[in-house]
Ligand binder design. Sequence first.
Ligand SMILES: NC(=O)c1ccc[n+]([C@@H]2O[C@H](COP(=O)([O-])OP(=O)(O)OC[C@H]3O[C@@H](n4cnc5c(N)ncnc54)[C@H](OP(=O)(O)O)[C@@H]3O)[C@@H](O)[C@H]2O)c1
Length: 300
Amino acid sequence: MITIIGATGNTGRIAAEKLLASGKKVRVVGRSAAHLEPLVKKGAEAFVGDVTDEAMVTKAFAGAEAAYLLIPPNLSAPDVRAHQAKAADAQVRALEKSGLEFAVFLSSVGADKPDKTGPVVGLRHFEERLNGISRLNALYLRAGYFMENFLAQPGVIRQLGMMAGPLKPDLPLPMIAAQDIGAYAAERLAKRDFQGKRAAELLGQRDLDYREATKITGKAIGKPSLAYSQLPSAMLKMALTSMGMSSNMADLLLEMSDSLNSGYMKPLEARTAANTTPTSFEQFVTEKFVPAYSGKGAAV
Ligand SMILES: NC(=O)c1ccc[n+]([C@@H]2O[C@H](COP(=O)([O-])OP(=O)(O)OC[C@H]3O[C@@H](n4cnc5c(N)ncnc54)[C@H](OP(=O)(O)O)[C@@H]3O)[C@@H](O)[C@H]2O)c1
């Protein structure tokens, strides 16, 4: 049995589907039975509960050989680090009580740094907690910048006529499609070919910057002159909080953006075949961004 936390999400859903397709027994965890139903139809066992509930997570790990771990984002949390610590604590205590020997945890590029990386500090703390479980073989997937972050842009394009954000237009980023993370996690959870504790970066298909990403996106939505503008933090904080994000989360995202812009937060590994994944930004735009922009895909 393999337990998948965040199984209805960007990465967990793909991990669960891949494992089910290869004939593995999978227990999928989420807060809603209805959200989990499509995976149940594919053969998964549903487990409904909150990841901050230690007793629930303990039951979700019972009898499992391996688990996919993550800290689900809570964009409206008044204290983001407290939410992250609660989700990490529940999973760590449940792991300690279980006989589970293998875990793949979705971390991030930048988790090597102790500070100034916004929400990624919480992922680093989770890695540190997992390091303390001696029996556990744990793989920390330090993923690059999700292409899915662009799914916030259709609303911006409609309102401002351009793409906008905190990052420098010419900052090369290892942009990765979340589906590639899910597929990679499934493979490693099935093989269980890692020992001790180790981190592995996942850097997407290639590095690209917002200027190039905007050009590709504009062409695909019939706006070839679409521009990207780096906006000041104060303006972005107002925009983010007006969309329901907590003040603390907005501050942490802007802190992380400053660290990306300055080069403090960056991959440690050179690009290799092992940390490169298949989905191109062009493919992401065709399959996910264009449907979202035209109102036929994920909500934005
Ligand atoms: N965005 C980036 O560029 C980036 C880069 C590197 C790492 N990361 C990390 O990636 C992680 C997010 O991964 P993801 O995109 O796969 O996740 P996701 O899609 O945002 O969420 C995963 C699922 O978790 C479930 N969930 C939410 N709150 C929950 C709770 N309290 N208890 C139980 N389940 C809960 C939700 O499903 P239900 O609503 O059905 O419960 C959701 O579908 C974060 O830790 C983030 O820091 C992000």
